[in-house]
Design a protein around this ligand. Structure first.
Ligand SMILES: CC(C)(COP(=O)(O)OP(=O)(O)OC[C@H]1O[C@@H](n2cnc3c(N)ncnc32)[C@H](O)[C@@H]1OP(=O)(O)O)[C@@H](O)C(=O)NCCC(=O)NCCS
Length: 209
C-alpha cells in the first residue's frame, strides 16, 4: 500500500454492533464531536491528519468500509450519510469527493476520484456500482499502461437521483436531479433531470411524471 494512502476501517453504529470495550472511550469522544459512533478510532484520526475530511452529524459507516484519502485529498460526508458494508471511497491527492446530506451508498460500491465527484443530497446509489472520474491514459498505443497516468473529468450526480444496482458512472458525466438510472447501466453521457435511463450505454427510456 503506498505510504500516502491512509486507510481505515470502521464498525457499524452501536445500535447494530456494540463496539469493542477497548474502544469505549473513543466512542464517547467521537459521539461528542460528530455523532459518529465508530470503533477503531485510532485509525480514523490518523486518516484525518494532513487530509481535509469532514463528517456531518449522524454519518453511518458500516463494516469493511474503506476510506483511502491521499494527503491533499478532500472527503466531505454530509449529515446522515450512510456508507453500507464494503463501500470503498478512494480520493487521490488534489481530488475531492463530496456526498451531501442523506446520501446513501449501497454495499460494495466503489467511488474513486482523481478530480471531483459530487453526489447531491438524498441520492441513493445501489449496491455494486462504480463512480469514477478518470480514465487511464491509453491514446498512445506504444506506451505501457501506467496506473498513475490518468485523464480526469468531474462527475456530478444531482440531488435525489437513484442509481440502480450494478451501474457504472464514468468520467465527465452529469446526472440530473431526480433522475433514475436502471440496474446495470453504463452511463457515458449526461442524463437530464427526472429522466429514467437504462442500458449500456445508458439511453433515456422515459421521464418521471
Ligand atoms: C429502470 C427501472 C426503474 C424501470 O422501471 P419501470 O419504469 O417499471 O420500467 P419497465 O419495467 O416498465 O420497463 C420498460 C422497458 O425498459 C426495460 N428495462 C427496464 N429496466 C431496465 C434495465 N435496468 N436495463 C435495461 N432495460 C431495462 C424493460 O425491459 C422494458 O423494455 P420493453 O419495453 O422492451 O419490454 C427498473 O427496471 C430498474 O432497473 N430498477 C433498478 C432496481 C435496482 O437496482 N434495485 C436495487 C436497489 S438500489
Amino acid at each position: 500500500m503506498p505510504e500516502t494512502l491512509q486507510n481505515f476501517q470502521v464498525k457499524p453504529s452501536a445500535s447494530l454492533n456494540r463496539p469493542r470495550r477497548a474502544h469505549a472511550w473513543h466512542e464517547r469522544l467521537v459521539s461528542g464531536l460528530g455523532h459518529l459512533r465508530l470503533a477503531g478510532l485510532r485509525f480514523f484520526w490518523a486518516g484525518l491528519l494532513g487530509r481535509r475530511c469532514s463528517f456531518g452529524k449522524d454519518v453511518r459507516i458500516y463494516e469493511c468500509v474503506k476510506l483511502a484519502v491521499e494527503s491533499g485529498g478532500n472527503l466531505q460526508l454530509g449529515r446522515s450519510v450512510a456508507l453500507q458494508q464494503g463501500v470503498v471511497i478512494a480520493v487521490k491527492s488534489g481530488a475531492r469527493v463530496e456526498i451531501q446530506d442523506e446520501g446513501y451508498i449501497g454495499e460494495y460500491t466503489v467511488i474513486a476520484s482523481h478530480a471531483s465527484i459530487t453526489i447531491g443530497s438524498g441520492v441513493l446509489i445501489g449496491p455494486h456500482c462504480s463512480v469514477v472520474d478518470y480514465n487511464h491514459s491509453f491514446r498512445d498505443k506504444l506506451r505501457r499502461m501506467d496506473p498513475a497516468q490518468v485523464e480526469s473529468h468531474p462527475v456530478v450526480i444531482g440531488e435525489n437521483a437513484w442509481i440502480g444496482a450494478g451501474c457504472r458512472i464514468l468520467a465527465g458525466v452529469h446526472i440530473g436531479e431526480g433522475s433514475v438510472i436502471g440496474a446495470g447501466a453504463v452511463v457515458t453521457h449526461d442524463i437530464p433531470a427526472f429522466a429514467i435511463a437504462v442500458g449500456s450505454p445508458a439511453k433515456i427510456l422515459k421521464y418521471r411524471e
